[in-house]
Design a protein around this ligand. Structure first.
Ligand code: NAP
Length: 221
């Protein structure tokens, strides 16, 4: 299986990259991003790109892939809706439209989050934007598009958030991870299980197009 990965430098993406590189069924990983991952591996190739609203300059490289794991995303904290929409919705759709055209047999997995608002009309800005993004992705002619809605994700194997505030939060919460998982097992997963669940979905399909935290966690176990 050949996998394209967006957001490979982020907390979720680093975890997904690790699982892809470890999986003997994955022959190639193409990481598309604006920052190098800093990793070297025989299966890994990287494409650095600047304008995430236009991937046409990369068109020759983006055909012939089986799966795309889209882990690029930002926290909405302190962001205006237009700016958050540009990164969350516009970047994702710019990549996904091109990939769907070039790879009709592709499985596309998008990381949204618990509480995403499929009605696109609720009061919570990030949830509306993620909902609009999910809805648009589900209309594209992929073989399969699957939305992951994790809640709390425990970073494993040394992966870290790109967001400084989250790095501090995760570091201070580390002693509480076990307690959180015991108290709220439905809402806790790990970067390892998210990565494994994506690979499982790309290989075997998903029971439904939108997977909540406990559903994707079960697929990754
Ligand atoms: N972490 C969690 O617990 C959690 C829970 C639920 C849902 N999610 C969702 O999962 C997704 C990834 O979260 P994360 O925790 O992995 O975030 P993160 O650690 O902050 O990483 C964000 C990733 O997106 C890339 N990115 C951000 N802004 C970009 C831009 N303007 N242009 C190009 N690339 C950009 C970053 O690339 P650079 O390295 O170049 O900055 C990095 O690869 C988000 O959509 C988030 O909402 C996360």
């Amino acid at each position: 299986m050949k996998v394209i990965l967006f957001g490979a430098t982020g907390m979720v993406g680093q975890g997904v990259l690790r699982e892809c590189l470890l999986d003997p069924g994955v022959s190639k990983v193409l990481a598309v991003g604006r920052t190098p991952t800093g990793q070297a591996h025989p299966k890994l190739k990287e494409l650095l790109h600047r304008d995430f609203t236009d991937f046409s300059p990369l068109e020759r490289e983006l055909g012939g892939w089986d799966a795309c794991f889209y882990c690029l995303g930002v926290s909405s904290a302190g962001m205006k809706e237009d700016d958050y929409r540009r990164v969350t919705h516009d970047f994702t759709l710019a990549a996904a439209k091109l990939l769907a055209r070039l790879n009709p047999g592709m499985t596309f997995v998008f990381v949204s989050g618990m509480g995403t608002d499929s009605s696109e009309r609720g009061r919570v800005m990030w949830a509306r934007v993620k909902g609009a993004t999910e809805n648009a992705l589900l209309k594209l002619p992929f073989k399969r598009a699957v939305m992951f809605r994790p809640a709390f994700i425990r970073p494993m194997h040394g992966v870290a958030s790109r967001t400084p505030l989250y790095r501090v939060l995760y570091a201070s919460m580390r002693p509480l991870f076990g307690l959180l998982e015991a108290l709220f097992p439905k809402y806790a997963t790990t970067t390892e299980r998210v990565g494994r669940a994506m690979l499982r979905v790309a290989r075997d399909g998903a029971p439904k197009p939108v997977l909540e935290s406990w559903e994707l966690d079960a697929l990754g176990r």
